[in-house]
Design a protein around this ligand. Structure first.
Ligand code: SAM
Ligand code: SF4
Length: 323
């Protein structure tokens, strides 16, 4: 369906848990509070919302969190969402710590893509930024995912003075594996300070200096706002997701469902529609509530370079709202 600004809303990011096996400093710092399981939507409730969303024109779903694979039965949920009429694509985003063991099943289910988040290729830095993670496990997941033939993307968040020196190493992963490697600008949500992030304007300048043959790649790569670049003769592309320095709200096609059942029309605002209440009603009532929430999606986000100053700025952690 279209929202009041005429944008076609066809993509929903579904957070199935606020829990995670890592503690990335900008997303879910040590000591953050967890929501009790009784406040989290059941899989039946998530499926009902996805079915209703598909009736409203949502055809692509991304499973996210928290870390989706820490919730038992995640692959069963993915299988059930894949079976919903009108859902053309189901993908997942993960830190890759346990992904390797699910690859065969995900392949058999026919998952349409896996995004793996990885901010550094150095073991010590990995453990530092993630609080507790092991780099080798995520690297093994990437290898398995790529070799299984599942469409695999790497998402990297560059931070000033921390991992920006690894820019070219990450770009080379795209060329080596023939996959998309995307650089995401840090957004001022929850624990994150966008001032610590590297601007994608700088990223592109440095990439062009290093590889002058990089050219804009205008082929469709997925659901999102990434702008892609490619070198001639290589398979992989480099994507830039520039929420701060390349505002893309005019073309936004998405809404988010938090693990607690809030339908969030825009990441930057704390408000949304509580679907838990609507789930108590019948399907028509649920559809009506969801249609209104999607229709009223805000025109644009309120992020600035370093903060989010709006009265309704989102202060919950990224892991709680679903990144
Ligand atoms: N645990 C999974 C993972 O790490 O991919 C899924 C959830 S995580 C919140 C999804 C993505 O959000 C990750 O790629 C992470 O780097 C990104 N992220 C978290 N906080 C962010 C922020 N403040 N700005 C931009 N991206 C952020
Ligand atoms: Fe967990 Fe993903 Fe957040 Fe890192 S970015 S703490 S892996 S939810």
């Amino acid at each position: 369906m279209k929202d009041r600004y005429g944008r076609k809303i066809e993509y929903m990011r579904v957070s199935i848990t606020d829990r995670c096996d890592l503690r990335c400093r900008y997303c879910m710092p040590e000591g953050c509070e967890k929501v009790s399981m009784s406040q989290i939507l059941t899989y039946e409730e998530i499926l009902r919302i996805c079915r209703t969303a598909s009736e409203l024109g949502i055809s692509r779903i991304k499973i996210t969190g928290g870390e989706p694979f820490v919730r038992l039965g995640c692959t069963d949920l993915i299988r059930s969402i894949k079976a919903i009429e009108g859902i053309d694509e189901v993908t997942v985003t993960t830190n890759g710590q346990t992904l390797e063991r699910y690859i065969d099943e995900l392949k058999e289910i026919g998952i349409d893509g896996i995004n793996i988040s990885l901010d550094t290729l150095k073991p010590d830095r990995y453990t530092y930024i993630t609080g507790r993670g092991e780099l080798d496990r995520t690297l093994a997941s990437i290898e398995r995912s790529v070799s299984s033939g599942i469409k695999t993307k790497i998402n990297c968040l560059l931070q000033k003075g921390f991992n920006e020196d690894e820019l070219f190493d990450f770009a080379e992963l795209a060329f080596r594996y023939g996959i998309d490697v995307r650089f995401i600008e840090m957004m001022p949500v929850g624990a994150a300070d966008a001032g610590t992030g590297v601007s994608n304007t700088d990223v592109l300048r440095r990439l062009m200096e290093r590889w002058p043959d990089l050219k804009a790649d205008r082929s469709t790569h997925g659901n999102g706002p990434a702008v892609y670049y490619k070198r001639s003769g290589t398979e992989g592309s480099i994507g830039l997701i520039s929420a701060i320095h390349g505002k893309f709200c005019e073309h936004c096609n998405r809404v988010r469902l938090t693990s607690q059942g809030q339908l969030k029309p825009c990441l930057s605002f704390d408000n949304g529609t509580d679907l838990r209440a609507a789930l108590k009603g019948n399907d028509d009532e649920l559809r009506k509530v969801m249609r209104k929430a999607i229709y009223e999606k805000p025109e644009a986000h309120s992020f600035s370079d370093t903060e989010n100053n709006d009265d309704h700025a989102e202060h919950r952690l990224m892991s709680q709202i679903g990144g």
